[in-house]
Unconditional design. Structure first.
Length: 196
């Protein structure tokens, strides 16, 4: 699952969309796709439907050359990013976890760190209860604040920086690191808005 703007973020009418891909673990073929959010997901679904009909793998989809024009699409299309995320999960580069699984762990009072690596402004505007803020740009200098023996679940608004944070932590020797799919944007439970 990934989320990003449906066109370049500097465009005044850019809106977020979230994509979820269903992939066969053995053949790596795309089996299904879903798009949600206020942005234009129809273009991505057309490409996904074509890829499914053609029996394409996420490896081939990730390397498609899609049209680029800032008013209509980002330089690297959301579908290509989603395909790369799927590839990285299949290849064991990182492990994802759904918001529902994170919520269940919270309800079960499991001992883990929910690490928000977004900006202080983003965290102040909208955050998940219990999330600890260490912005991505400061993570390398603040890793000592994190317990090496606990599971760490990284996220940000869309979890793109959460993915980067997971790679940084893994490289530093943290063994139990996962990325929350979709970030704060896809958290369907209670959120905190504004300073409290």
């Amino acid at each position: 699952m990934n989320g990003a703007s449906d066109r370049e973020q500097f465009m005044p009418d850019a809106k977020n969309i979230m994509l979820k891909l269903v992939v066969d673990r053995k053949t790596r073929k795309l089996l299904g796709a879903q798009s949600v959010g206020p942005g234009h997901g129809d273009k991505r679904m057309d490409v996904a439907a074509t890829a499914i009909s053609a029996g394409m793998t996420v490896d081939r989809i990730a390397n498609l050359d899609m049209g680029y024009a800032p008013p209509y699409s980002p330089a690297i299309d959301n579908l290509l990013t989603a395909a790369n995320i799927a590839r990285n999960k299949l290849d064991g580069v990182f492990q994802g976890i759904t918001p529902m699984e994170v919520y269940r762990r919270m309800q079960e009072k499991r001992d883990f760190v929910l690490l928000d690596v977004g900006s202080p402004k983003e965290h102040e505007e909208t955050r998940i209860p219990g999330a600890v803020l260490i912005p991505l740009g400061t993570l390398r200098g603040r890793m000592h604040e994190l317990p090496a023996d606990k599971e760490i679940i990284t996220l940000c608004t869309l979890s793109i920086r959460g993915y980067e944070a997971a790679l940084i932590l893994q490289e530093a020797g943290f063994a139990k690191v996962r990325v929350m799919d979709g970030g704060v944007m896809m958290w369907p439970y209670e959120k905190i808005y504004g300073m409290k």
